[in-house]
Design a protein around this ligand. Structure first.
Ligand SMILES: Nc1ncnc2c1ncn2[C@@H]1O[C@H](COP(=O)(O)OP(=O)(O)O)[C@@H](O)[C@H]1O
Ligand SMILES: [Mg+2]
Length: 274
């Protein structure tokens, strides 16, 4: 299968006098996948995903997007149209004075004609439930609405891959769920989703999980393989999954050994002990 994003033997440091931030990274992301990246603070997640659209360049090694290297500036415009990014702080991404203007801004920037730009803009605002507030000034929106607006701006560019870098971590839980639902809907529509999160309970929506530790990829596999293998999360500074805590607690306190720590599969074996 052809990879959408391919990272080969990548090392990165922010200046030659600094330490290596990414070491020997190899990763391929395939069309239509949902890849979730977790890891402790400072483990290099944001640095890694900023390589995916050429915001950062590797110090050594190569990153290609649809076969084009991010190290050649002539490829960057196409690459950035293919790979959209939504960041933690939506305020930094807002440029327009109304919701509609903000969404359409990027389209005019890449030379999309007015009529087509307005059409695309209306589509994405409707899709995200923002059309009713299209004339509102963005600074008056709630945190969740601002993050949806950031997603609207990205979607209007008609990308194939969308990277969400901890984009729910500043939201209240209701808005975070809404944004997570948007990610699911987009994945179901065929978008390739790359999600960085510090919410360990969110890993099960991914097709593939990447666990980072100190600038290296510690694990790359399915969420299920990760949960079945306790070594994956060891020393990763991540809180244990709720289901893993239950699993371990019952083993320690009652010597009950449950067959799995996958949450949705725990109910049946637990009932037997009630
Ligand atoms: N612009 C920068 N200049 C120097 N060091 C940086 C820069 N950005 C990030 N770092 C360092 O790189 C490491 C990884 O950061 P980051 O990729 O943001 O991690 P994460 O997203 O996993 O929290 C951290 O030690 C951080 O301090
Ligand atoms: Mg980060």
């Amino acid at each position: 299968m052809e990879s959408v994003i391919s990272v080969k033997n990548v090392w990165l440091r922010y200046g030659s006098r600094h330490d290596w931030i990414l070491r020997e990274i190899n990763l391929a992301v395939y069309e239509g996948e949902w890849v979730t990246i977790v890891g402790g603070n400072g483990s290099g997640k944001s640095t890694l995903v900023r390589l995916f659209n050429g915001l950062l360049k590797p110090s050594l090694g190569d990153v290609t997007v649809y076969g084009k290297t991010t190290s050649d500036v002539r490829n960057l415009m196409t690459i950035r149209q293919h790979v959209g990014m939504v960041f933690q702080n939506a305020d930094n991404q807002i440029v327009g004075v109304t919701v509609q203007e903000d969404t359409i801004f990027g389209l005019y920037n890449i030379g999309v004609a007015q009529e087509q730009a307005e059409h695309r803009c209306r589509d994405v605002l409707q899709r995200l439930g923002l059309y009713e507030i299209k004339d509102h000034p963005p600074h008056l929106l709630s945190g969740g609405e601002k993050q949806k607006l950031a997603i609207a701006g990205v979607l209007a560019m008609e990308p194939k891959v969308i990277v969400f870098d901890e984009c729910t971590s500043m939201l209240d839980s209701k808005s975070a769920k809404e944004v997570h639902k948007i990610m699911s809907d987009l994945h179901n529509c065929g978008f390739t989703i790359i999600q960085v999160t510090n919410e360990i309970e969110e890993i099960f929506t991914a097709d593939r999980l990447v666990v980072m530790r100190k600038g290296t990829i510690r694990f790359d596999g399915t969420p299920r393989e990760a949960v079945d293998n306790p070594a994956v999360f060891k020393d990763s500074a991540l809180p244990p999954l709720f289901s893993v805590r239950i699993h371990n607690l019952l083993y320690a306190s009652r010597n009950l050994h449950l067959p799995t720590a996958i949450e949705r599969e725990l109910a049946d074996p637990l009932w037997k002990f009630v």
